[in-house]
Design a protein around this ligand. Structure first.
Ligand SMILES: C[S@@+](CC[C@H](N)C(=O)[O-])C[C@H]1O[C@@H](n2cnc3c(N)ncnc32)[C@H](O)[C@@H]1O
Length: 236
């Protein structure tokens, strides 16, 4: 197991009400902020027999869906939050060994897993909340040649402010387990910034797509990003 943060678990409250009321393996997979429309798991490619990693899996709902409905060799749901890891274990621990739950910081897990994954993905997960110049180079090395990374992230800040034109984080409000105010770092970057970061990390065939969030005060557009590790290991 890699290094786990020793600071307060700022994801303690995330998804907790849903945890008690919605315990099923989801029948679908969504990338969009609203989790109700847009493309699904098909953009991960055929997962039959593949090794798949969810980066910042939370309660592992998407990972459980893939493990049950897409016949992978294994889905590893990585999350550094003890609270999220515990929720995932409570909901989907019975899906072992197709689903493996890893309590670990994502860059540490990736660095410890060279040439391991066919597919890595993140749904508003660790890619959003981790220094990308640390995570993305670790991700390309954890992929097998030709493997892919797919992630959904905010296309703009919540509230509508445009995404950042430089690699810089924003501080967003969070709460400690006992309810005290805290802050989390989130990277909300413009498409060309993600593309440059991925290119510098060694990815190729990088594409981006905006999924509109629709009208309403709590909606957001989603940026869906796909990139591949080159087939030629010498070029990475
Ligand atoms: C907004 S939640 C999304 C969870 C899940 N993907 C979903 O769609 O419900 C973000 C998750 O990423 C995890 N996370 C953020 N940075 C991480 C890191 N560096 N390593 C591991 N997990 C991380 C958090 O613990 C949290 O569970």
């Amino acid at each position: 197991m890699g290094r786990v943060t020793r600071t307060a678990d700022l994801w303690h409250h995330y998804g907790r009400p849903r945890h008690t009321t919605d315990r099923a393996v989801p029948s679908g997979f969504h990338w969009s902020w609203g989790q109700a429309s847009g493309p699904g798991a098909e953009i991960l490619g055929d997962l039959t027999g593949r090794c798949v990693g969810d980066l910042g899996a939370g309660a592992a709902r998407q990972a459980a869906h893939l493990a049950v409905h897409h016949h992978p060799a294994r889905v590893v749901a990585v999350d550094a939050s003890p609270a999220q890891h515990a929720m995932a274990g409570d909901l989907y621990g019975h899906l072992t060994p197709q689903l493996h739950l890893a309590l670990c910081d994502v860059p540490a897990h990736l660095r410890a897993s060279p040439d391991t994954y066919d597919v890595l993905y993140s749904v508003f997960g660790a890619v959003d909340f981790t220094e990308p110049r640390e995570l993305l180079p670790a991700a390309v090395r954890a992929l097998r040649p030709g493997g892919r990374l797919v992630f959904s992230t905010l296309a703009h800040h919540l509230g509508g402010t445009p995404a950042d034109p430089d690699v810089r984080h924003t501080e967003i409000g969070a709460k400690t387990p006992d309810g005290a105010a805290a802050v989390l770092r989130r990277w909300v970057l413009q498409e060309h910034v993600w593309t440059t970061l991925l290119d510098e990390a060694g990815f190729t065939r990088i594409t981006t797509e905006v999924l509109p969030g629709g009208p309403g005060p709590r909606v957001a557009d989603t940026l869906l990003v796909r990139a591949f590790r080159t087939d030629d290991q010498r070029a990475v």
